[in-house]
Design a protein around this ligand. Sequence first.
Ligand SMILES: *Cc1c(COP(=O)(O)O)cnc(C)c1O
Length: 408
Amino acid sequence: MTLTQALAARFGRAGGALAVGGVPVERLAARVGATPFFAYDRGLLADRLAAVRHALPAGVHLSYAVKANPMPALLHHLSALVDGFDVASGLELRAALDTPVRPEKVSFAGPGKTVAEIRQAVASGVTVELESELELTRVRAAAAEIGVAARVAVRVNPDFAVRGSGMRLGGGPQQFGVDSERVPDLLRLMAGEDLEFQGFHIFAGSQNLRAEEICEAQRRTVDLVVALAEHAPSPVRYVNVGGGFGIPYTARDTALDLAPIGENLAKLTDVVAAALPGARIAVELGRYLVGEAGVYVTRVLDRKESRGKVFLVVDGGLHHQLAASGNFGQTIRRNYPLAVANRIDETAAGKVSVVGCLCTPLDLLGDDVDLPAADVGDLIVLFQAGAYGLTASPTAFLSHPAPVEVLV
Ligand SMILES: *Cc1c(COP(=O)(O)O)cnc(C)c1O
């Protein structure tokens, strides 16, 4: 089975068409009122959360990284399924607090938090993940002004890198976190302060499909945190080992196996229980929780032949789903899984290239893809669009209307 077939099977089909949340796409397009649009399947989101919970040991705190997909209805749906949210801006913070998640279950990470964002975080009672010494000064000032004790944790830039990550965010010189060798001094500055110190956060990489690399990073993270904890101003309450669990985007990718990661975390839970009594391990996932539950649905506007090559021109493009064009962090462009959604049971009739409606050759969504015969009016669906889709795309580029997002 190809990746596309496996994904289509997961969403399900109705009357020869792909279904999202049980609704055939053509009907869904009518319900939405326009194409293109993003649709997220709430059943698949719940299934994914259940699978992660099943694989991870009980007691591991599971947090959702909101930047992967901050759609309010999706956040609300997830708020009942995860233990907390990690936010990376003042707007994400407000979106998280609009759900039933309690502020003490929210953490705010990210370099370059503004003074206003830090005040928002302190006033809300969420945990500020300190990314620098200056942020501690700013948190103190905000807490004094507002008259509360701020909750803080330290984001650590480890002295190791994670192999196998699509994007590296830790190890070597980094704009993220405080270099591990400087953390003891930062912790000393907190002693005797009216601060609620929570623990440590190490997020070293994203889009990793190799369980063994993730396990190794988690082991090294726990070792590092246990060493740093000696300098902590008060007992460590949490050890956020990050996440970085990847999903398959191309035919060459193999889905991540969660079982070894769960076993590893079970062992690390014992290590943490022995070395840091009262602390718990937290895992923070974005892409893995939501990426596979979303599709981007476009309609064919034109079918052109140019010197022997067939192009399907759709009404969407890289301005909504940049990653599918290969321009969001990929080094080599490879096709993301896509299908003719209203002909999901038909067999391939030849190679076509699917292009978006923008005036740039970068707007290539599928290069020489084997698809069933498709023409004007058919629906092309791009899979793996639930994470880093709309909000990671240059929506203003070429001034087309923003697409609708629905949770089905
Ligand atoms: C982006 C981010 C995440 C989520 O990464 P995924 O690869 O989507 O799981 C988690 N933690 C932090 C601090 C992040 O910046």
